[in-house]
Every structure is written in C-alpha cells, then in structure tokens.
Design a protein around this ligand. Structure first.
Ligand SMILES: NC(=O)c1ccc[n+]([C@@H]2O[C@H](COP(=O)([O-])OP(=O)(O)OC[C@H]3O[C@@H](n4cnc5c(N)ncnc54)[C@H](O)[C@@H]3O)[C@@H](O)[C@H]2O)c1
Length: 356
C-alpha cells in the first residue's frame, strides 16, 4: 500500500503492522485477524507522500516519528526502504497549523509515476481535514496509476458521483469517506443510540463533543474545516435514529499537552416506558492514531481481497463498515450480510464492475 500523508494515523498504521508481525499474541486488538486469507503480515508499504521537510526524503520508518507527529510509540519498524516523496501542498496546510508544518523546498514528485514504479495496489489518503484539493489530486493519481483508493479524510470522494464513475470505468475499488474509528466517539455514539431506539426509548436530545491534542484537533479551531468535520460526524450519528431531533457531534477544542489523546463527552436525554425520563452522561478517552489504524488495517485487506476478485467501483459494504460518510448507508443487518464474503462466506455481495 501507499500512504498520502505521514501523520499520526499513518504512523500508527505502520507501527501497528510491525507490532502484529512481532507479537506472539497476534490477534488481540484486531477486529478481523484474517480477511479472505490475508493477515496483517501480508501488508507492506511501498510508497509514501508528504510535504513536511522533516518527513520528505526520509525512510518511512523514521518519518513516522518526525514532529509534529505526537502519537505514542507502539513499535519501531525496521528500515522499510520507502523514501517519503514530496507532493504539492495545495490546501494541505491550514492557517491554524501553518506554524507546525514546515513545507519542504523539494520538487513535488509525479505521484502517478511513483505509484506505478512502486507497484502499489492501494493508495490510502491521510491528508488533513479540509484538504479537498489535495485529496482530489491523490484520487486522480490513483486512477492514473491503476491503484484502488481509500479516502480516510472527510473530503467527498467516495460519496461523489463523478469520482465513483471514474473508478468504476477504470475497474478500480473506491472506499470512504472519513474513517469511523475502530473504537471512537462516532461508532460508540451510533451504537448507543441504536440500542436505545431498538429498546423503544425516544431520544429527545444528544451531543458528543471532544477535545484532543493532535494536529487534527488543532485544525478544529479553523471554523471552515471544523464545520466540514462536524457536519460529517453529526450526519453519521443522526442516521441511526429514524426521526429528527436536536443533535450535535464533533470536535470542540485543542489542548496541546494531550498529544494524540482525545477525550469525548456524550450526553443523551430521552424517555422510555410511560414517558419516564433518563439521561446518559459518559466519557471516552483514547488515542486517535491507533483507533484510525485499527479500522484501516481491515479496510486495506478488504480492498485487496476485492481487487483479487475483480470487484471494483465504490465498495458499498466496506465503506459502510468503516467510514462515516459512505456512498450508501446500510442497515446493520444488510451490512453484516454484505460483509460476510470478506469474512469467508462464498457469496459475493459487492457488485461486479462493468467492463471498462
Ligand atoms: N482517529 C483519527 O485520527 C481519524 C479518524 C477519522 C478520520 N481521520 C482523518 O485522517 C486524516 C489524517 O489524520 P492524522 O491525525 O494522521 O493527521 P495529521 O495532521 O497527523 O497528518 C496529516 C499529514 O498530512 C501531511 N500533508 C499535508 N498536506 C499534504 C499533501 N498535500 N500531500 C501529502 N501530505 C500532506 C501533513 O504534513 C501530515 O504529515 C485526517 O483527514 C482525519 O480527518 C482521522
């Protein structure tokens, strides 16, 4: 796989692959240890792009620990012989993080050429929230190089009809948008609300707000970028309740010393039997990078399995499983049926591509 953006999520992903390679307790912490025969051992990194002078030109195994990355160390990978290539910054730098990112003076590389030369199967986009132009640049490079594309960012790529058509025409898989962490505020909030609705309760109001210390939380101070993230998160949570009600979900502040940790506060108020009131007031604390990597480690193997089976275009089940803004929202039972192929069932549910 190739990585666009060597920040905290990319760092956790690279370190996580090393961790599962070397640990004897090989599957603890993994949602799906094997996907169509692929284990974490089968993942290898073949290309990476960034714009920061502390990362560009360095081996990926070192670049993942360069500032401003501040995610905790899981494992130190051996030298990967993958040099981080320079890309065009475009909108990858927010005014709120401009002091943290030191844009390299190196000449931007030809992205599609680097991808072709590295023989990458999949490009994972991990550029910052709000980097819509940069995300489109990578989607374009993926199509030109014959790579599947996983959009971990909130930029609308998998949810955009024209990108769907381009990937379908090129017989390449497209997955996204915006990772829904393995364990995180969105997935927990959605499940809590689903549980309450399923038990007949009526939800009157809810919010989920969080504070963190990664660059992504600092970007939340940028009103425009913060609105992008908040609207995707709110829509992802609201989708599990079959009526409209007051709801807010999203990042709210940046606390430098928290590093890559995030604390999320949940509030739910509603009524159950005979109009009796209940409230839920809850807190979740975790680290962002591993939560994102824990999901991507599944998505990347699902995309590879789809490629092996010549399944392409927008992968609806993979997107609904792991992303906040998938091209189509699926009910939990449809999702479980559609995912069964990746778990080993013989039935192929993802649609086969039309011939280009
Ligand atoms: N748990 C999570 O952390 C989580 C969950 C859901 C979605 N995401 C999404 O994942 C993305 C990455 O998050 P992160 O915490 O790793 O961010 P980060 O800020 O730590 O890393 C982003 C990296 O992208 C680089 N970059 C900026 N412009 C670039 C360009 N044009 N080309 C290549 N690289 C560029 C930066 O230098 C930095 O290294 C964000 O869009 C975020 O919304 C993260």
């Amino acid at each position: 796989m190739a990585l666009a953006g060597v920040g905290n999520c990319a760092s956790s992903l690279v370190q996580g692959v090393e961790y599962y390679r070397s640990k004897s307790a090989k599957t603890i912490g993994l949602s799906l240890p094997r996907i169509k025969g692929y284990s974490v051992d089968d993942i290898s990194f073949v290309a990476a792009f960034d714009i920061d002078s502390r990362k560009v030109g360095r081996d990926l195994s070192e670049a993942i620990s360069a500032e401003p990355n501040n995610v905790r160390t899981i494992a130190q990978p051996r030298k990967l012989n993958v040099r981080v290539s320079m890309a065009q910054p475009l909108d990858g730098v927010s005014p709120f993080t401009a002091e943290k990112i030191q844009v390299s003076a190196a000449k931007p590389s030809n992205l599609a050429q680097v991808l072709r030369d590295s023989r990458a199967d999949i490009l994972v986009n991990l550029t910052p929230t709000g980097s819509t132009k940069a995300s489109e640049m990578y989607a374009d490079a993926a199509v030109n190089a014959g790579c599947a594309f996983i959009n971990a960012t909130p930029a609308k790529i998998a949810g955009n009809g024209s990108w769907q058509a381009r990937f379908r025409k090129a017989a390449l898989a497209l997955v996204g948008d915006d990772v829904m962490d393995q364990i995180g505020s969105t997935v927990l909030h959605r499940n809590l609300l689903s549980f309450l609705v399923g038990r007949g309760a009526h939800v009157d109001e809810t919010y989920q707000l969080d504070i963190g210390g990664g660059t992504e939380s600092e970007i939340a101070l940028d009103k425009r970028r913060y609105e992008i993230k908040r609207s995707v998160k709110t829509a992802a949570v609201a989708a599990v309740v079959p009526y409209k009600f007051p709801i807010v979900a999203g990042s709210s502040d940046f606390v430098d010393f928290m590093e890559n940790r995030r604390t999320s506060y949940f509030w739910i108020k509603g009524v159950y039997f005979a109009g009796t009131e209940f409230t839920i007031d809850m807190r979740l604390s975790l680290e962002d990078g591993p939560a994102c990597a824990g999901l991507l480690i599944d998505a990347v193997r699902m995309v590879k399995a789809a490629k092996d089976a010549s399944i392409a275009g927008p992968l609806l089940a993979v997107s609904a499983y792991g992303f906040k803004a998938p091209p189509r929202k699926l009910s939990e039972s449809d999702l479980q049926t559609d995912l069964s192929w990746y778990r080993g069932s013989k039935r192929v549910v993802e649609k086969l591509p039309k011939k280009p």
